[in-house]
Design a protein. Structure first.
Length: 258
């Protein structure tokens, strides 16, 4: 059922994709306008970092990318998993063809297990099998479109497996519609203009996302603009970001954050 399997030891880079959690960010009293604000708690998951393996909040969450070509969702998702534990990443063939294959050196995870599935049915099977292993930090599955195999029963099985074994599951929908399924939390995520770099105002800084929780069990829907700063390799570290507004390239505006 699975056409390709690879194990990538080691973490690769120490920073997340697209500049997430830039280690050079200054921690002083001033920040560029639209920069880091108060710490943000993930809705329905308790304190930041509650989605790591073994947490009571581990369940199935569904994430819709704003566009199949917008890969910013990966940074938002990876900020919610425990980077010290192995990560199982399943991609079906069409998802790889339309939006690209995972690039392991750009992921700040301890170990990556990558599975290439021939179709959605095989991808869902691989995800469910991975969720039964409590040693895995999280399971991510990328599905293209609206395949018939991705029905309520299949997603319900993933949710039950995730909750029973304490392993968080993320179902990433590329070019799909929000049809009825068993996901406990459903997100729409789009890339937003990055923060200004603390050392070079013309360079991009930490990544920013527009995140909309449009359906969730036990949490109110909402929309936020957030960024992420890693916290010693564990999950969490999200912060709210003020609206960037209109400004010329390289213009620096400061506000007091204390």
């Amino acid at each position: 059922m699975v056409s390709g399997l690879s194990l990538v030891p080691g973490g690769g880079m120490a920073r997340g994709p697209e500049g997430v959690g830039d280690p050079g960010r200054a921690g002083g009293e001033q920040a560029v306008a639209g920069a880091i604000g108060e710490r943000w708690r993930l809705p329905g998951g308790g304190a930041p970092g509650a989605y790591e393996s073994g947490a009571s909040a581990a369940t199935l969450a569904e994430l819709f990318a704003a566009s199949p070509r917008d890969g910013g969702w990966a940074g938002f998702l990876l900020g919610q998993v425990n980077a010290k534990r192995p990560l199982l990443w399943v991609q079906e063939r069409m998802a790889i063809l339309e939006s690209g294959r995972v690039h392991p050196p750009g992921l700040a995870v301890a170990d990556l297990i990558h599975v290439e599935a021939r179709d959605a049915r095989a991808a869902l099977w691989a995800m469910e099998e991975g969720l039964r292993c409590a040693a895995i930090g999280a399971v991510i599955g990328e599905i293209w479109g609206d395949p018939a195999a991705l029905d309520f029963t299949a997603t319900r099985r993933l949710a039950v497996a995730a909750e029973r074994h304490g392993v968080a599951a993320w179902l990433v929908r590329l070019g799909g519609s929000a049809n009825l399924n068993g996901a406990r939390r459903r997100w729409r995520v789009a890339s937003a203009p990055s923060l200004a770099h603390p050392l070079n105002p013309r360079a991009p800084g930490a990544a920013v996302w527009e995140a909309e929780l449009f359906r969730a069990r036990g949490a109110a829907p909402g929309k936020w603009v957030v960024t992420h700063e890693p916290e010693n390799g564990t999950a969490g570290g999200f912060h709210l970001v003020a609206a960037p507004g209109d400004r010329a390239l390289g213009e620096t505006e400061f506000r007091q954050t204390g």
